[in-house]
Design a binder for this molecule. Structure first.
Ligand code: SF4
Length: 344
């Protein structure tokens, strides 16, 4: 048995570990590695080392609050919150008190951000109101996860106290969703223009996606310098129209997390994966999303009572894998960053 890895892969990993970022052909070569090969473990080791150096052992937790449950008419095929999925017959809008309770729980538990997610037709005004209430009540940074927005709407998010927005061109955008990728990219440029941080994930990955499509989204994140951009797999909710495709495993996701980490080079302040699991915390990810409220992956109205992992679970997982969730966040502290290697 040979203990060596191929020269070609060793050269790509060397380039990646120098934090230069790797090119598209190199990323595609890494995506094609066999799952249990020596090369794949060397890839995961390289990304793990890079993240531990760059993020200084900080485990990040961005606490997802899905603020409404509603059968969404946009019918994205991977989402449980749709008219077609026919799971949620009644609208639920979590009250200010419920949202405040979750936000205070997140703050006292040491979450690094609150991600407020809405369904596709939720009132933007109402999102601003909730943001404004939370801004006064908790010190945890606010991140919006909502529909496409224009410059004026981006400025209004900023005005009420949001510091960033999660927005993704999803895999299968325009085919499994009714949205044009260009519209999603326009929103990303809006976020950058108005001064909101752009948060991203390559998602929702399933076995049906070819590696070119996956890698192109990794490079989109690098091009626009996302604050973070890891990998999330598609979860098949009961009765999902994607069920026949199956789902990728956590191990496959961990390998892609490692590739995307090398693609991102010195751009990110963290590297995410979802749903929370240990393997990716050993291959370049340091950021997890505890979840409550609505979730497009769940048949429960409050995912905190369903699939969603709690903040305590995520922190324990990070500690087990050698990340410290109690260090200050690298994502939002522009002043006095713990590591000068992290670009502003
Ligand atoms: S992903 Fe968003 S826009 Fe698409 S169906 Fe679900 S809630 Fe609606």
């Amino acid at each position: 048995m040979s203990w060596k890895i191929s020269h070609k892969i060793a050269d790509i990993l060397k380039k990646g570990s120098d934090n230069e970022g790797i090119d598209r052909d190199e990323a595609l070569a890494l995506m094609q590695l066999e799952r249990h090969s020596r090369e794949t473990y060397a890839l995961m080791h390289t990304s793990n080392t890079l993240s531990r150096e760059q993020f200084v052992e900080k485990g990040e937790n961005h606490f997802h609050i899905g603020i409404n449950v509603e059968a969404c008419p946009f019918n994205c095929r991977f989402c449980s919150l749709t008219v077609k999925a026919d799971i949620f017959k009644e609208k639920i809008e979590f009250t200010d008190d419920e949202i405040l309770k979750w936000a205070r729980l997140a703050e006292s538990g040491g979450a690094d951000a609150l991600n407020l997610m809405t369904t596709g037709t939720y009132s933007f005004e109402r999102l601003l109101e909730i943001g404004s209430v939370l801004r006064k009540a908790v010190s945890t940074p606010l991140v919006a996860n909502t529909r496409d927005i224009n410059h004026k709407e981006g400025e209004r998010l900023l005005d009420v106290g949001f510091v960033g927005a999660y927005h993704a061109v999803r895999l299968g955008e325009g085919k499994d969703t009714p949205f044009k990728p260009q519209m999603r990219i326009r929103t990303i440029t809006v976020l950058k223009d108005v001064g909101l941080q752009w948060m991203n994930c390559v998602e929702p990955v399933g076995p049906e996606h070819d590696i070119e499509e996956i890698v192109d989204l990794m490079f989109l994140a690098r091009k626009h310098r996302a604050t973070y951009s890891g990998v999330m797999r598609r979860i098949n909710f009961p009765g999902s129209p994607m069920e026949s495709y199956g789902m990728i495993s956590e191990l496959e996701m961990a390998k892609m997390v490692a590739v995307s980490r090398l693609v991102m080079g010195d751009a990110p302040r963290a590297h995410c994966t979802h749903e929370p699991h240990s393997a990716s915390l050993f291959s370049g990810a340091n950021l997890l999303f505890p979840e409550v409220g609505a979730s497009p992956r769940d048949g429960e109205a409050d995912t905190g009572k369903g699939r969603g992992k709690g903040l305590g679970d995520c922190k324990r997982m990070q500690v087990e894998m050698g990340w410290d969730p109690d260090l200050p966040s690298n994502c939002f502290k522009h002043e006095g960053l713990r590591n000068p290697k992290i670009a502003n």
